[in-house]
Design a protein around this ligand. Structure first.
Ligand code: GTP
Ligand code: MG
Length: 219
């Protein structure tokens, strides 16, 4: 288990101080929705069917290139189990983006989204960006949450929405890239004096972000 003061995950990452921005991202949602699997798919392109529930919190580091900038992502994977809630919510502060995940084959995990959204509101920065992710869209036969319902809830909460599958590698990279892009858009807004009267207008801009990706998978 990693803690806030721990070094990054590999010597290569540790040595890599060559980046323009560092974004702290958090994965949250009920236990077993697939947060750890999603992160492993993104960071290592691996997937295991075995379920090893996360204890507390862990993280991985990945560097991406967006808009000619090198962006180091520190991605925190939280335990969904209630008993770790005090530990995990302590990490919300300072997070620039959240992936709030549910399982399309698990109604309870979808019902809990509202509570997770409240946790974000309570513990995170006001301008943290959130994407709602309906994971396990490969389980079409076991689906109990329709994509339209996910989209509607996301609209109500003011979040973007994707369906995805860590198992089949559907929309995993796209979700992370979109989260990075919305954070960049937000940064540019707050740095642009014309769009934000109170800002100082200093600092680099990241350029225009591309249009949103399709929000649901085709499976
Ligand atoms: P906690 O650490 O307890 O919060 O759970 P988690 O959200 O990290 O879930 P985890 O990634 O450990 O996945 C739970 C189970 O779901 C594992 O058996 C995974 O193999 C499985 N799983 C994860 N993603 C998918 C997916 O996209 N499709 C299918 N079919 N199974 C998945
Ligand atoms: Mg986990």
């Amino acid at each position: 288990m990693a803690s806030a003061g721990d070094p990054p995950t590999s010597p290569r990452d540790a040595a890599d101080q060559n980046f323009d921005y560092m974004f702290k991202l958090l994965l949250i949602g009920n236990s077993s929705v697939g947060k750890t699997s999603f992160l492993f798919r993104y960071a290592d392109d691996s997937f295991t069917p075995a379920f090893v529930s996360t204890v507390g919190i862990d993280f991985k580091v990945k560097t991406v290139y967006r808009h000619d900038k090198r962006i180091k992502l520190q991605i925190w994977d939280t335990a969904g189990q209630e008993r770790y809630r005090t530990i995990t919510t302590a990490y919300y502060r300072g997070a620039m983006g959240f992936l709030l995940m549910y399982d399309v084959a698990n109604q309870e995990s979808f019902t809990a989204v509202q509570d997770w959204a409240t946790q974000i509101k309570t513990y995170s920065w006001d301008n943290a960006q959130v994407i709602l992710v309906g994971n396990k869209c490969d389980l079409e036969d076991e689906r109990v949450v329709l994509a339209e319902d996910g989209q509607r809830l996301a609209d109500d909460l003011g979040f973007e929405f994707f369906e995805a599958s860590a198992k089949e590698n559907i929309n995993v990279k796209q979700v992370f890239e979109r989260l990075v892009d919305v954070i960049c858009e937000k940064m540019n807004e707050s740095l642009d004096p014309s769009s934000s009267p109170g800002s100082n207008g200093k600092g680099p801009a990241l350029g225009d972000a591309p249009p949103p990706q399709p929000s649901s998978c085709s499976c």
